[in-house]
Design a protein around this ligand. Structure first.
Ligand SMILES: [Zn+2]
Length: 388
């Protein structure tokens, strides 16, 4: 009897541990992910873009013969998830003060728009003539990067600019100058000259944090934020306790694959994040969710959705450990965040063959398969192939 009671107590303890383990993921998400609103994320993305545009320096006139090492007139790319993580750390995840009076705004004024003289900073309008030929301003828009006081934008831009390391150096260019002589002939002369060129290089996150004076604890916090996939904030809602199933595939949903297609995680149909609709302003920017997230435990089998040639395996940035398969009809499928890859690139693979196992590598909020389908080089909603 006693041993039976002990056994029951042991079982109960195991169950508690199991439940605690299950919730460890979601709780960690609540604690660590910057809980920024879409407005703040938009401001951060706009600020990062602004820096990318502002650091594009037109190359000098003529043909460059010799330039300093590292010279690159293209603007730098500022990683907005890093900016958001730094801001969240600096503000202890409290964006309230930043969000006040954020208007709807656009990255840049649409073509044909002019600055509205009476409209304040960042206001642009379209000019239209009425029947009497009088000009009037219509359809005003606000350009995010020019509107003040946009606290969130300003804060984000301050962090984003820390990424831009400015350089200057001497370059040699060849130029050709032509002139028309009084007798109507064109005379050209080619010469070489030294000019000063300016360019930007992106600093690393570590350097940026040093420049911003973040403490060791704060740096750890930033890295913890970045362990999660900030590019698909939609994931967060699904990862929070109580969230189960995404709107594109309600709980109990079952795939009905199109001919030749196989569901990539056999037996697991829990879709935790949908293919991002373009109407979402956050997703519309850099964070567009280009795939489908299938919530499955680490180690769950992942299979090829259809036959094809394996074109990539191994670590691939935010995708983590990934696999890409090109199919004969021009579609391709990609599998991300794997814990293990069982195949090599170059070979042909049958539909349904095991390619690896679910994991949480790369920028991921927890174990799941991020599954992408490409058609005509662009990502499409994978569910297109799993519905009648
Ligand atoms: Zn995903």
């Amino acid at each position: 009897m006693r041993s039976a009671a002990f056994f029951a107590a042991g079982l109960a303890l195991l169950f508690v541990l199991f439940v605690a383990r299950m919730f460890a993921g979601p709780l960690a998400v609540v604690k660590h992910v910057p809980l920024a609103s879409p407005a703040v994320v938009r401001a951060v993305v706009a600020a990062a873009r602004h820096v990318s545009e502002a650091t594009r320096v037109p190359p000098p006139e003529g043909t460059i013969l010799d330039a300093p090492a590292g010279y690159d007139p293209d603007g730098i790319t500022v990683p907005w998830p890093e900016v958001l993580a730094v801001l969240a750390t600096q503000r202890e995840n409290d964006f309230a003060g930043l969000e006040e009076s954020l208007p709807a705004c656009v990255d840049r004024a649409p073509p044909g728009y002019v600055r509205d003289p009476g409209g304040g900073p960042g206001r642009y309008v379209r000019l239209e003539r009425d029947r009497r030929g009088r000009e009037r301003a219509v359809d005003p828009v606000t350009v995010c990067s020019e509107w003040y006081p946009r606290a969130a934008y300003e804060a984000a831009r301050a962090v984003a600019w820390e990424y831009a390391d400015e350089h200057e150096g001497a370059a040699r260019v060849r130029r050709t100058e032509c002139e028309t002589t009084p007798d109507g002939r064109t005379r050209c002369r080619t010469y070489e000259t030294d000019v000063t060129v300016r360019w930007y290089e992106a600093r690393s996150l570590e350097e940026v944090m040093t420049r911003l004076g973040l403490s060791a604890a704060e740096r750890g916090q930033v890295r913890a934020f970045l362990a999660f996939d900030l590019t698909s904030l939609r994931d967060l809602h699904d990862a929070l306790p109580g969230g189960d199933g995404a709107p594109c595939a309600a709980p109990g949903w079952r795939p009905v694959p199109q001919p030749g297609w196989i569901w990539p995680v056999p037996g697991v149909f829990r879709v935790t994040s949908c293919f991002g609709p373009r109407v979402d302003p956050v997703e519309l920017l850099d964070g567009f969710h280009a795939g489908l997230d299938i919530g499955a435990p680490t180690g769950a089998m992942v299979v090829a959705a259809r036959p094809g040639r394996v074109t990539q395996t191994g670590p691939a940035g935010a995708c983590g450990l990934g696999v890409r398969i090109d199919h004969l009809d021009g579609t391709a499928t990609r599998y991300c965040h794997l814990s293990r890859v069982d195949i090599r690139p170059g070979g042909w693979i049958a539909g349904g063959a095991v390619i690896g196992a679910v994991g949480s590598t790369g920028k991921s909020t927890g174990p799941h398969l991020h599954f992408e389908v490409y058609r005509h080089a662009g990502p499409v909603d994978p569910l297109l192939y799993y519905r009648p």
